[in-house]
Design a protein around this ligand. Structure first.
Ligand code: ARG
Length: 566
């Protein structure tokens, strides 16, 4: 916002349009250097003058023309200080709007986001949790910038693991237990299968046969398959509800069963398929990639060809301009291969397919392995976080009404923020105690900052006062108030940057700096002190309300709730 104002202030003195100037403006690294600065080096050639001389000439004219900004120069930079109270009023009033920070740069663009995508016969892993949380934040961020988003849960409901599960269930399964605890029991069966298969390799053949029966549509096998899916989905749904995540589509891998044959024929028509030891592959040597396996020796389809069919469907039927795959970094090669094959098939839209990889997450250094059954159960993590949050609330504010629901919002929010505050590609070792703490760079710290402002507004009778008294930015001239307002003005830029990089952490970090700036302002002097005028109180409360608004909107973008009491 400030940069935009600076561009229009300066445009009368330059041949460039405000939009062109905007692209050249910078935010100085230190407050003392100014609020916005324009490097004048680019003009030196055009005007055949030294950058510093150009800066000085413009500064002189700006200072003669306006009293609400002060221009100074340093080493070829023209630096602007915004002095008038009206700047402060404008930014605060704008930041009070419910749609503040939203833009429409994505208008007319349709983005499909492939996220979460757990595998039915295996448990919901921490990797799927990260995909769910990062994906959900991206859904909100893309929507906030005007994109039309379709988020798809590409459920892993097909593949050889079903053969294993079916064999294990028929041999060692117990329906009553499976009804009660589908995911745990599926996991137990899955682990048992792998243990037994080490002793008896024949089991692997049995599993292959069972999966082949499923692919051929054998009624009994299909019924069992459907049962596993229905039960697991119920359990996943519980987790999604707790995380506040919903999907536009649950078209999983099996949805593409009848869409694969046309892809294989097209590959054949284009002479892209080659035989390799009985299997069919697409060579990608010219791209320095290993070949992409399309059909196995026994003719069964695999993951890669499903993803070819999936992408084509998303383009043709869902009308996707971009397709984002929020999937762990370990699948990078897979996606490179899939996108490359699409390119070789002549689909130029393949350039709009992007893998959004993320790193591993461990809990206290513990990795997970589905095969060995060493699994951190997601619901247990959420329960534990919620319990800890409740203990903290009990200590701080024992009389709080509805504290269970608030503890849930805080516990779940702690997990989400603990993930999203990192560059997604980094591996995260999760420390629950740290994540749930109300101090430090945590979700609860931001939620608490928000709730505290809500209490302050209540105490100050903000809504009522606002109807009677106007905001006057001259009361917001202190260094700490102005720093906070400047941070407020950067909210839209933070969202745009997060979208440009597909990195929710940009917004997470932004919110932390906003909360810190606000605390500095809040601690610099009592707002509701005796003898202070209504105009001063309402101005400071409005700044507080604007910060609360942005904290809440920003947390919501990340998929985190912001209770008004804690
Ligand atoms: N179910 C897969 C897994 O857990 C992730 C699917 C990602 N999406 C896709 N279109 N391949 O590994």
């Amino acid at each position: 916002m400030l940069l935009r104002s600076a561009a229009s202030i300066l445009s009368p003195y330059f041949a460039e349009s405000p939009a062109q100037l905007l692209a050249m403006l910078e935010t100085p690294p230190h407050e003392e250097m100014g609020d916005v600065s324009l490097p004048c080096f680019a003009y030196a050639k055009i005007r055949k003058q030294a950058p510093q001389a150009i800066a000085e000439q413009i500064a002189e004219r700006v200072n003669a023309d306006r009293s609400d900004v002060r221009a100074v120069t340093a080493g070829g930079y023209l630096n602007l200080f915004f002095q008038g109270g009206h700047w402060r009023t404008e930014i605060v009033e704008r930041a009070l709007d419910a749609d503040y920070g939203r833009s429409d740069i994505g208008q007319g663009k349709r983005v499909v986001i492939d996220m979460s995508s757990p595998n039915i016969a295996k448990p919901f892993s921490i990797g799927h949790l990260r995909s769910t949380m990062i994906g959900n934040a991206l859904v909100h961020l893309y929507r906030a910038t005007g994109h039309k988003v379709v988020n798809v849960n590409h459920i892993g409901d097909w593949g050889t693991q079903f053969g294993k599960l079916i064999v294990a269930y028929l041999k060692w399964g117990d329906k009553a237990v499976l009804d009660r605890e589908p995911i745990r029991e599926s996991l137990r069966l899955y682990v048992e299968f792998h243990q037994q298969a080490e002793l008896d390799p024949g089991l692997e053949d049995e599993a292959r046969e069972a999966f082949a029966k499923l692919e051929q549509g054998d009624a009994e096998t299909r019924e069992l398959w459907q049962y596993f899916i229905d039960e697991s989905m119920k359990e996943f749904q519980r987790v999604y509800e707790r995380l506040g995540v919903s999907f536009d589509s649950y078209a999983g891998e099996s949805f593409y069963n009848d869409k694969i044959a046309p892809v294989v024929s097209k590959l054949e028509d284009l002479s892209l398929l080659e035989e390799d030891d009985g299997a069919r592959i697409v060579r990608l040597e010219e791209l320095n990639l290993p070949p992409c396996l399309v059909l196995k020796k026994d003719g069964s389809t695999i993951y890669a060809v499903r993803d070819l069919a999936t992408a084509i469907y998303r383009k043709d039927v869902l009308g996707a301009d971009e397709i984002l795959y929020v999937v762990g970094a370990e699948q990078s090669l897979h996606f490179q291969q899939v996108f490359s094959v699409l390119g070789k098939m002549g689909y130029d839209w393949a350039s709009g397919c992007r893998h959004i990889p993320f790193g591993l997450m461990t809990f206290g250094g513990k990795k997970m392995s589905t095969r060995r059954g060493k699994v951190v159960f997601l619901e247990e993590v959420l329960d534990e976080a919620t319990d800890r949050a409740l203990r903290i609330i009990d200590a701080k504010n024992p009389g709080l009404a509805g504290k269970e629901a608030i503890a849930e919002a805080v516990g779940v929010g702690a997990i989400i923020f603990g993930d999203l505050k990192h560059h997604r590609q980094l591996s995260v070792d999760f420390d629950l105690e740290e994540a749930v703490s109300f101090d430090g760079e945590t979700g609860p710290y931001l939620q608490y900052a928000h709730a505290r402002i809500c209490t302050l507004l209540e105490k100050g009778n903000y809504e009522k006062l606002l109807k009677q008294t106007a905001v006057d930015g001259t009361y917001l001239s202190s260094d700490s108030a102005w720093a906070c307002i400047k941070t407020l003005s950067r909210y839209e830029a933070a969202i745009l940057e997060a979208v440009r990089l597909d990195e929710p952490f940009v917004v997470a970090k932004y919110l932390l700096s906003l909360a810190k700036d606000f605390n500095r302002f809040y601690n610099s002097g009592k707002i509701l002190a005796d003898g202070v005028s209504d105009a001063e109180i309402i101005s400071k409360l409005s700044l507080s309300a604007a910060v609360a608004n942005v904290l809440k909107q920003g947390l919501n973008l990340l998929g985190i709730q912001a209770p008004s009491e804690m």
